[in-house]
Design a protein around this ligand. Structure first.
Ligand SMILES: Nc1ncnc2c1ncn2[C@@H]1O[C@H](COP(=O)(O)OS(=O)(=O)O)[C@@H](OP(=O)(O)O)[C@H]1O
Ligand SMILES: Nc1ncnc2c1ncn2[C@@H]1O[C@H](COP(=O)(O)OP(=O)(O)O)[C@@H](O)[C@H]1O
Length: 186
């Protein structure tokens, strides 16, 4: 049981492929659900099979995708459902459109830059995409031959290198639930 109501938010985890967005998002979802919150995970890969089916990785398509996801996240957050969003969102203008939408609706918007370096992401190469990009098999790979515009003023710039997943996720949770003395990260 919590003592005080918490402020539901959209939590947008932006960063390169392999930065740790999905891993941290899953930790957050678990922790929030464990304390009885209503939460939706809006995963970029999954939404590209439904809401954004048919969209690719051109600047125009990414902007359409990212602002669509922002629309959905805002709708959830302003109705009391946490929206945890591990989506690259590489362009500053699309991220700002989403922030502005939330400001207009009164929903809380928390931008977390998962600031893992390109070198580390390429070393992790969770999905083998960096190797494919190097081999010329994937065009417009973010950070390689398509830009990632680093957030200038995120609510949190999160380091993951040399840290555990639990530690990184706990830092985000501390921002989301500042009044909690105990945070559940199972
Ligand atoms: N060219 C290119 N650049 C970046 N990423 C690529 C690309 N092609 C496919 N993928 C895979 O698609 C996932 C990114 O989807 P997103 O919806 O998060 O991207 S974006 O915000 O529209 O840029 C991304 O997922 P994550 O690795 O979880 O970030 C990749 O698995
Ligand atoms: N502190 C950390 N936070 C998040 N992920 C980490 C951390 N340290 C190592 N990793 C690893 O990095 C990888 C990140 O992959 P993933 O979460 O799929 O990235 P993304 O969703 O950004 O593409 C995972 O294998 C994860 O275990």
């Amino acid at each position: 049981m919590r003592d005080q109501p918490v402020s539901v938010a959209t939590v947008w985890l932006t960063g390169l492929s392999g930065a740790g967005k999905s891993t941290i998002a899953h930790e957050l979802v678990e922790a929030l659900r464990a304390r009885g919150e209503r939460v939706e995970l809006l995963d970029g890969d999954e939404l590209r099979e439904s809401l954004s089916k048919g969209l690719g990785f051109s600047r125009e398509d990414r902007t359409t995708h990212v602002t669509r996801v922002g629309f959905l996240a805002d709708m959830l957050a302003r109705n009391g459902v946490w929206a945890v969003v591990p989506v690259i969102a590489p362009y500053a203008d699309a991220r700002e459109q989403n922030r502005a939408r939330h400001e207009a609706s009164g929903a809380r918007y928390v931008e977390v830059h998962v600031a893992t370096s390109l070198e580390e992401c390429a070393r992790r190469d969770v999905k083998g995409l960096y190797a494919k990009a190097r081999a010329g098999e994937i065009p417009a790979m973010t950070g390689v031959d398509d830009p990632y515009e680093i957030p200038e003023d995120p609510d949190l710039r999160l380091e993951t290198e040399g840290r555990s997943v639990r530690d990184s996720a706990a830092e985000v949770l501390a921002l989301l639930l500042p009044d909690e003395s105990e945070r559940t990260l199972s």
